[in-house]
Design a protein. Structure first.
Length: 728
């Protein structure tokens, strides 16, 4: 039998058919059959790597799709597809999907490219104007936007709307399908793949009447005026000719399925032509196979998805009417009311939910129903210069003075002061040197230095300490927490550098003044001074909150420190990119906290700091804390980076990623520990191993080695105390 012929229909007729089809679809299926954008159907049994279709008509290549079949027992089926889509590299194989060399989970969306499963097909849609479908077996289908007309090359042809020309002509010499296909070969750097040998025409018995019978049968009655039947009839005859005689009908399946797909894509409505004895299809769970269903059906994750469908149908497994596909709980078809919900990677059954400090949410029909609750506000000073207000306005203050962070505008109940000082080789490098909490107009003053030293009214004090309705304690060696009864909590980070997080209770909303803003849920007026004027720049605003007039004023700076050193920039980009890596240790928090600001801060600080690693690690830990505040606890993020603090814990202490309770102390075994009633956002750092307790010397000891305490005094283990005739 001769190869499938080309351009047998008159050009005007084929062009008319292409017009009905839109001429935008290229495909391959079955036993090496191909259909170009311009409607030519041919057979090319090549097993090398070939350009399926590429953007060849301009200086910049928007897309390049390459295809390889075999080797293996089913060498006719595609084994690998490589797609370059506007800078993104997607590699598809059976059971494997890589994007830029990394495995992904579906659905996946990045840089205008969506990859998902759709009714048994693997679908790749790119905003540049491309839709690709692979049934994970023999069929590939590519649809392009009309803007690429006459700008493509590869096995799919030149997309010029004219069959045969210019694909199958070279220097006015007509090419065979084998010659045309071999021209599209794209060997690897060390590969020398052999072109297929032209097949002998051979002879076949004329038993192909079933092809004509099926293609002209009732299920395809609405297709003949949309898709030229003759090309598919020829392909079907070829399939029968090379088919095992055991079950001839099974050899029809691939080409009949392709004809049905092309009919549906051209706007036709093919009926269900399959049967128990002819190309039967099975569906998972409680789904039903349909030859013509909506290309995007409703799912639990998007119950109104069908409203976004294209104007043609698709073959596949569908849910019965009134049901949606449970793509969350993987339970097949369920009523909408039975849909689960997802939050931070966890699945919640209908009727269940989660709570944060600000929100109570319940899963209902695949959607979250949430009620807002009064929420505390957090202001932070990160990296010595980056400030985030209570209303989450971000700005930078390279200060060199003591500044008011937060205080009630109309009282002196408390004042939080931050001492920012220049600390490096450049004017832009500043550090947080100390934090001061003043109560009652200065009656009681707590100061915490970057070294971890604590002073109460200028007297050095050991922690924990309670005075003037304030409790200071160390939940770990990395943090000090100050809890007041005024709706104010200070979380002070010491390792690797000093950073602070100021938390105000909801009752203080709209009453705060200072660098942390006014806590009124409006970022636009966060630069309001105590006189009521809203400053236009961060520098002008910060200068109004200096506590010492002799300090130099802050100046606006727009310099990018990473532009000053290529090596620093490479170092910063390498480590800070862990924050945004979709498969890195921080990825599970991306849906809860956008890492972009933390990434920018990390780049700036890592390039700007004299001690680059310390500033980089501080930036990573800032994101970890923001995630913890949203209920996402990250672990193992120090693997391969920022390991020094883990390895330098004081003797007898161990490092932990998430510490959320008061430290286990010997004193707490005898007396009630006031710090254990204080709740705080989990922190990391060094603490006692399980089953041990911190004694007054700062050493973790077993319970049997703890002293006893009487009226605040320690009685060493094994000793007794005689008091008024009683023995203790």
């Amino acid at each position: 039998m001769s190869p499938v012929s080309l351009g047998n229909a008159p050009l005007c007729l084929t062009a008319a058919l292409n017009a009905a089809h839109g001429g935008r679809v290229c495909s391959t299926w079955g036993d090496f059959h191909y259909k170009t954008f311009d409607g030519d159907v041919f057979r090319f049994p090549g097993l090398c790597n070939y350009v399926f279709s590429a953007h060849c008509g301009s200086a910049y290549e928007d897309f390049n799709l390459q295809l390889r079949r075999g080797p293996g027992p089913n060498s006719t089926a595609p084994s690998r597809v490589t797609m370059k889509l506007d800078g993104l590299v997607v590699r598809l194989a059976k059971g494997s999907i890589l994007v830029n060399g990394r495995p992904i989970q579906l659905p996946f969306s990045q840089s205008g490219v969506l990859i998902e499963h759709s009714h048994g097909n693997l679908k790749v849609a790119a905003k540049l104007g491309l839709v690709f479908m692979w049934n994970q077996d023999d069929s590939l289908l590519l649809e392009l936007d009309a803007k690429y007309a006459n700008q493509t090359c590869g096995l799919c042809g030149d997309f010029n709307g004219v069959p045969v020309y210019n694909e199958f002509f070279s220097h006015n010499v007509r090419l065979t399908p084998t010659e045309f296909g071999s021209l599209q070969k794209m060997d690897g750097p060390t590969e020398q793949c052999q072109d297929p040998v032209p097949e002998d025409a051979g002879t076949c018995s004329d038993d192909s009447g079933i092809c004509e019978e099926m293609l002209s049968s009732e299920p395809f009655s609405g297709c003949a005026h949309l898709v030229n039947t003759s090309s598919y009839l020829e392909a079907c005859r070829h399939d029968l000719c090379h088919c095992s005689r055991v079950n001839l009908t099974s050899c029809l399946c691939h080409t009949l399925a392709e004809y049905s797909r092309q009919c549906a894509h051209a706007g036709g409505l093919p009926l269900d032509w399959r049967g128990p004895q002819l190309c039967p299809q099975t569906c998972p769970l409680n789904m039903q196979y349909r030859e013509c269903g909506p290309p995007c059906a409703d799912t639990c994750s998007n119950p109104e998805r069908s409203q976004l469908c294209e104007d043609h149908c698709i073959a596949g497994c569908f849910c019965p009417k009134g049901m949606v596909l449970d793509d969350i709980g993987q339970a097949g078809c369920v009523p909408v009311s039975g849909c689960s919900c997802v939050y931070n990677g966890a699945t919640y059954a209908p009727g269940t939910g989660y709570s944060t400090g600000c929100t109570n949410c319940t899963c209902s029909g695949g959607r979250w129903t949430c009620q807002e609750a009064p929420c505390p506000g957090t202001c932070s000073v990160l990296g010595g210069a980056h400030i985030s207000t209570f209303d989450e306005k971000q700005y930078r203050v390279p200060g060199d003075c003591s500044y008011v962070l937060a205080k009630p505008c109309d009282s002196s109940a408390f004042t939080v002061l931050a001492e920012l000082r220049r600390c490096g080789l450049t004017d832009s490098e500043t550090c947080l040197k100390s934090l001061t909490l003043s109560l009652g107009g200065g009656h009681t003053v707590f100061m915490v230095k970057a070294s971890g030293e604590v002073f109460v009214n200028q007297i050095y004090t050991q922690l924990p300490v309670s005075a003037a309705n304030v409790t200071l304690f160390r939940p770990s060696t990395f943090f000090i927490i100050a809890q007041t009864q005024l709706g104010l909590q200070l979380d002070i980070q010491l390792v690797p550098i000093m950073q602070v997080f100021v938390r105000l209770a909801p009752q203080n909303r709209g009453q705060s003044c200072g660098l942390c803003g006014n806590f009124n849920q409006n970022q636009a007026d966060d630069f309001r001074t105590i006189s009521g004027v809203v400053e236009g720049s961060a520098a002008a605003f910060a200068n109004t909150w200096k506590t010492q007039a002799a300090c130099p004023n802050v100046k606006n700076s727009f310099e990018d420190p990473c532009s000053l050193s290529v090596e620093n920039e490479k170092y910063a980009q390498h480590w800070c990119s862990r924050l945004t890596d979709p498969h890195g240790p921080f990825a599970q928090c991306h849906s809860a906290v956008d890492p972009s600001t933390y990434y920018s801060n990390c780049l700036f600080d890592t390039c700007n700091c004299e001690k680059s690693e310390d500033c980089m690690c501080a930036a990573l830990s800032s994101y970890v804390r923001a995630c913890a505040a949203r209920g996402v606890l990250l672990s193992d993020w120090r693997d391969g980076v920022c390991t020094k603090p883990m390895a330098t814990c004081p003797k007898s202490l161990v490092y932990r990623y998430n510490i959320s309770t008061c430290p286990p102390t010997c004193r707490a075994r005898s007396d009630e520990d006031a710090t254990c009633s204080i709740s705080f956002i989990p922190v990391d750092g060094c603490t006692c191993p399980n089953g041990t307790f911190l004694d007054d010397a700062g050493v973790c000891v077993p319970a049997a080695s703890c002293p006893c305490y009487l009226q605040g005094s320690a009685i060493p283990n094994g000793e007794s105390l005689h008091e008024q005739g009683a023995v203790w």
